[in-house]
Design a protein around this ligand. Structure first.
Ligand code: GLN
Length: 458
């Protein structure tokens, strides 16, 4: 895999840091244990993985795709990183992302975009475009993503790979650089559903160091995949969400989606149509809640504690007060999209506007959760396209934030409700010839149903 990385990286740029020496040592450790006749640490022992550069690994640079953290070397491991290592998984390096995981194309990375291996002039999705492209380019068989509004599922969809967002609280956020704490979730990315399930079981489960972690064992998703492979989906009720497959969706995506529905029906599933009337306000609510939480979380980059500190005295500007240092550093260290969201969030949270904006958005969030509750009374799982469009051209939407936000149409409702959701490849779009992802959503802690249905697409 290190050889493949060396070969593919000049075109793909999926990695921000490759830990060649460290990865070799970790692999040799697995080999030695095997030679000594020891039981492998897990069934994934020795398998290489790319870690999204927003999850920290001790001694390895972490940037979150931002200049703000340039040069910062975390002194500790995230719980996810500890669990990967305890399972004998070899960490190849850190994968590229939109700055602090904000974006849908990886073009907001301060270190340059990642290219989609299916067509190098196209985006690999975002924010976890590096993790998805590394899989599609065969640079790694497993990667870790984080999903706040779709950053695992949308990149999986546009690169023809598998990505799962667990139930909120299903995987520890300890050591994951925060974007929006009520939404952030770590999850597995892979080329097959079974691989994703195996990785899911390694990283999931309760962690006392994350107060929002669910105090329950990780769901048995590997068994669920095997059950899906053995028994299929016969008798399951699969709901098609009316609001997630009409206006704003590309024709080739919709026809692939309809074929997926037919496949499930032919396999014996009962297809029901469900209505989720508040989903149309999802995007608006998300783009108030996320900036609000992000403006608060990103306040920690104060030029004192981590990474960058800009010295403006070199260019003749005063550098006498903490505020001057902070404002010069934040001005230079954050990219345009990050600044846009910090400003939006600060505005939405300010006295006098809080109830009108943030308060209303929270009410919409509750209504969306209720839509899901009703839909899950009628269906075991819900399906939709994971991304409204196939991979678009690099640069095409870079200057149009609204066009970029619309890529999250299908993924955001599940994020706001905290439910598990994943994307599996459902074939190529007839109009563009590019991969389409099918989104499968399940009730909170319903990962087993979700993976069982996903197995139908292998
Ligand atoms: N595209 C979404 C956004 O820009 C998703 C981000 C994410 O899931 N980290 O906010």
């Amino acid at each position: 895999h290190l050889d493949r990385i060396a070969e593919a990286e000049p075109q793909v740029h999926a990695f921000l840091h490759v830990s060649g020496e460290l990865a070799r040592q970790q692999a040799e450790q697995v080999d030695r244990a095997r030679a000594a006749g020891e039981q492998p640490a897990s069934s994934l022992a020795g398998v290489p993985l790319g870690l999204k550069d927003i999850v920290v690994q001790q001694g390895v640079p972490a940037t979150a795709g931002s200049k703000m953290l340039e040069g910062w070397i975390p002194p500790y491991n995230a719980t996810v990183t500890d669990r990967l290592r305890a399972a004998g998984i070899v960490i190849l390096g850190k994968t590229n992302l939109d700055e602090f995981a904000m974006g849908s194309s990886t073009e907001n990375s301060a270190y340059g975009p990642t290219h989609n291996p299916w067509d190098l002039d196209r985006i690999p999705g975002g924010s976890g475009g590096g993790s998805a492209a590394a899989l599609a380019a065969f640079e790694a068989p497993l990667t870790i993503g984080t999903d706040t509004g779709g950053s695992i599922r949308q990149p999986a969809a546009v690169t023809g790979t598998v990505g799962a967002k667990p139930t909120y609280g299903g995987v520890s956020r300890y050591g994951v650089i925060s974007l929006a704490s009520s939404l952030d979730q770590v999850g597995p990315c892979a080329r097959t559903v079974l691989d994703a399930a195996m990785l899911h079981e390694v990283i999931g489960g309760h962690d006392p160091r994350d107060s929002t972690s669910i105090p329950q064992p990780v769901p048995s998703v590997v068994d669920a995949v095997r059950r899906g492979q053995r028994d299929g989906v016969a008798g399951m009720r699969i709901g098609v969400v009316r609001q997630l497959s009409g206006d704003g969706y590309q024709a080739g995506v919709l026809s692939s989606f309809r074929r997926a529905v037919d496949t499930l029906a032919a396999a014996g599933a009962e297809i029901v149509e469900v209505d989720c009337p508040h989903f149309e306000y999802g995007l608006a609510a998300y783009y108030l809640i996320l900036p609000s939480e992000c403006s608060s979380n990103l306040a920690r980059y104060d030029a004192m504690r981590y990474g960058l500190r800009v010295d403006t005295s070199a260019i003749g500007e005063p550098m006498e007060t903490a505020e001057q240092v902070m404002s010069a550093t934040r001005g230079a260290g954050f990219g345009a999209e990050t600044k846009r969201r910090i400003m939006l969030g600060t505005y939405a949270l300010s006295a006098g506007y809080y109830d009108a904006y943030y308060g209303s958005a929270l009410k919409v969030r509750t209504l969306i959760r209720r839509d899901f509750d009703a839909a899950f009374d009628a269906a075991d799982v819900l399906i939709s396209p994971a991304s409204p469009v196939t991979a678009f051209a690099l640069g095409e939407k870079a200057d149009d934030p609204m066009a970029m936000y619309l890529n999250d149409l299908a993924t955001i409702p599940g994020s706001l409700a905290g439910i598990p959701a994943m994307s599996v490849p459902s074939g190529l779009a007839q109009d563009t010839g590019l991969p389409v992802g099918l989104q499968i959503m399940a009730p909170a802690l319903g990962e087993e149903k979700m993976y069982r249905v996903a197995a139908a697409f292998e």
